[in-house]
Design a protein around this ligand. Structure first.
Ligand SMILES: [Zn+2]
Ligand SMILES: [Zn+2]
Length: 115
């Protein structure tokens, strides 16, 4: 994928939470949004690291934080933070969604499950 086509600013986020965690009954710490296709996945501190897995198997190398108040991008190719355009809203998960999330799925000892 060329750099010009990696970031697709008009693509909306695919979900309000990690797509795979919601499907599998899992939970996450923080959320990342794929800048190419809008896939929402969980961060590398989360038990399942779905954002990294998505980048690995889709070839979509750039994510933006999907956390309120954060607008940084991360490039898996360089393993560096980067800048990018304003992406299609919403820019973060719903404010009433807890961290970690989602509501009701997070174990009491969640901190011992983080990477
Ligand atoms: Zn996940
Ligand atoms: Zn993607």
């Amino acid at each position: 994928m060329s750099d010009d086509s990696v970031i697709q600013p008009w693509v909306a986020p695919s979900s309000t939470g990690c797509v795979e965690c919601l499907a599998e009954g899992g939970w996450w710490l923080h959320l990342r949004r794929c800048a190419s296709c809008g896939h929402v996945g969980c961060c590398d501190s989360s038990p399942s690291q779905h954002a990294s897995h998505h980048a690995g198997h889709s070839g979509h190398p750039v994510v933006q934080s999907f956390e309120p108040g954060e607008d940084w991008f991360w490039d898996y190719r360089t393993e560096q933070f980067s800048d990018g355009p304003t992406l299609a809203p919403p820019a973060h998960h719903p404010l009433d969604q807890p961290t970690p999330g989602p509501q009701g799925r997070v174990p009491v000892d969640w901190q011992s499950h983080l990477h």
